[in-house]
Ligand binder design. Structure first.
Ligand code: 3PG
Length: 306
């Protein structure tokens, strides 16, 4: 059995070594396709793969139709919006993610971005502190929970809104629960986004929502660029010189943001929330173990295309 690791943005070497150990101990063969620059390389590599480990790499209907032997795709990470689930199901391919394995890394980056923003991008001028500021966590999943844990250490006043997480779970963690997304944005000085990109959430962070944030607000996005209505965020930033936007996912209209608002807009050049050795090891090895469990024992825990 061939297990392909297809990562346009590679794992740390130590993680690849760990993945290799898991795969080869199970008697399978590991094939690496790292830093590919063209989809044709992926199409070529998947032809004889029985299993694939990916990150944000796109597995669409074309890839699935070429991968004739494919049985399982594991997205080493949380969001699986990069995989065509319907097409995978139609091709009888199991799709899994590795929930929670990279969430501390993403949460640490979110807090780092908050510090960077309130200290004026480390430009030497007087900034503000996070202590006592109202932090709104938009979606209380694995990353949101880790953000809350870290923000407590900074002495922040923590609020959250989650359409699916039971309120008791948030309350037990000492979080103030908002009953609507509007309430979260009206209340908080800083909002940290942790929603997935779905049909419902795409473009949902819009002018109507953001315009009610208090003066001197900050939006931190370590989730997905698709959830932002970029045209409306640009309009808001034009009207509100007090508003800052920091993102780990470069907007489609990055040139407009950086061209006009360089002193209160920042984007990483490449999504790096989960780009740590620890997150790569956790998510990569979990992915390898899930593949071995599926191919050997039919275990489909973490399957997302049921
Ligand atoms: C995720 O969904 O797990 C994160 O966005 C990390 O994505 P990456 O593996 O492409 O860095």
């Amino acid at each position: 059995m061939k297990v392909l690791v297809a990562t346009e943005k590679p794992f740390a070497k130590i993680a690849v070594d760990g993945i290799r150990k898991e795969i080869e101990t199970a008697g399978f063969e590991l094939v690496l396709l790292e830093k590919y620059t063209n989809k044709s390389q992926l199409l070529d590599a998947v032809k004889d793969a029985d299993a694939i480990i990916i990150r944000s790499d796109v597995i669409d209907a074309e890839v699935l139709s070429v991968a004739q032997k494919l049985k399982i795709v594991v997205r080493a990470g949380a969001g699986y919006d990069n995989v065509d689930l319907d097409s995978a199901t139609a091709h009888n391919v199991c799709v899994m993610n590795t929930p929670g394995q990279n969430s501390n890394a993403v949460a640490e980056l979110a807090l780092g971005m908050m510090v960077y923003a309130v200290r004026n991008f480390y430009n030497g001028t007087s900034g503000t502190e996070l202590m006592g500021k109202k932090l709104g966590i938009h979606a209380y999943g694995n990353v949101g929970r880790n953000v809350a844990r870290l923000a407590k250490g900074f002495g922040m006043d923590i609020y959250a809104y989650d359409a699916f997480c039971p309120q008791e779970v948030m309350k037990q963690d000492g979080i103030k629960v908002c009953s609507s997304v509007q309430e979260l944005y009206e209340t908080c000085n800083i909002v940290s986004l942790h929603i997935p990109a779905t049909a419902e959430t795409k473009n949902s962070i819009d002018y109507a929502l953001l315009k009610n944030m208090p003066k001197g607000s900050l939006l931190v996005n370590t989730a997905r660029k698709e959830v932002i209505n970029e045209a409306e965020l640009l309009k808001l930033m034009e009207e509100r010189s007090d508003f800052k936007y920091l993102t780990d996912i470069m907007p489609a209209r990055h040139a407009d943001f950086i061209g006009k608002y360089a002193e209160r807009y920042f984007s990483t050049p490449k999504k790096m929330g989960a780009q740590t050795a620890e997150a790569n090891i956790n998510a990569g090895i979990a992915a390898a173990q899930q593949i071995v469990g599926f191919l050997k024992d039919g275990c489909d825990k973490f399957r997302v295309n049921k």
